[in-house]
Design a protein around this ligand. Sequence first.
Ligand code: GLP
Length: 260
Amino acid sequence: MEVVICKDYDEVSLKAARVVADLVHARPDAVLGFATGSSPMGLYRELARLHKEEALDFSKASSFNLDEYCGLASDHPQSYRYFMNKELFDHINLPVEKTRVPSGTAEDWPAQCAEYEQQIADAGGIDLQVLGIGSDGHIAFNEPGSSLGSRTRLVYLTEQTIADNSRFFEKQEDVPRTAISMGVGSILEARQCVVVASGANKSPALAAAVEGPITCMITASALQLHPDTIIFCDEDAASQLTMREYYNWIQQQKQADKTT
Ligand code: GLP
């Protein structure tokens, strides 16, 4: 894992967006994996800016999202489909029919989950997966105890996640109790993972994910097994990383190597 500690959220967003943009330049038909939550919003804002002001072209790309709440239709303001349209898809030229978000209203969840996995496989797999991290260390909605080999499936949210995500809903009771989520095993198959994390409330989860043991209790820790994961975090999120100075030193060396 490469850890890039940034001065603030804006730098996290700009640097992470640069990695996505470089891939889209190099491979216009890239298969992108997107995440929801507040963490990637700045990254999406920057992608929208790059599209508008620097003609970053998504017309040949396609995308898959990590998860969706069960019971919320795509036009529900708290659904992840709605979020993605509003935060990103409405602002770039990624053809909407090439953007996939699991349906929150399927009649047959197992069939839908199997189909989602098949669609990812048919697309040739995900080239770059954007990830946030939950305060309990989850990625997508893979809550503590999720199998590290899990695939797309219906999951029950923890009380912690329901409380964390209730800020987007009118009241906590409105937060769905279940979701469809790509599994840890599905995520690990992405060719590259880009994690964005900011704020002190993420610092214990980030430290456990990066420097703790690989455990189903912190599903982000499974990324230690991934060969190409880069983490962009701000100083607050990085505050509990034991090897903070080493990560900074690596980045300084890389910078120096580039300029010589
Ligand atoms: C939800 C999403 C995750 C996201 C997490 C953190 O649980 N399913 O993909 O990483 O929230 O959200 P935030 O970035 O708002 O802290």
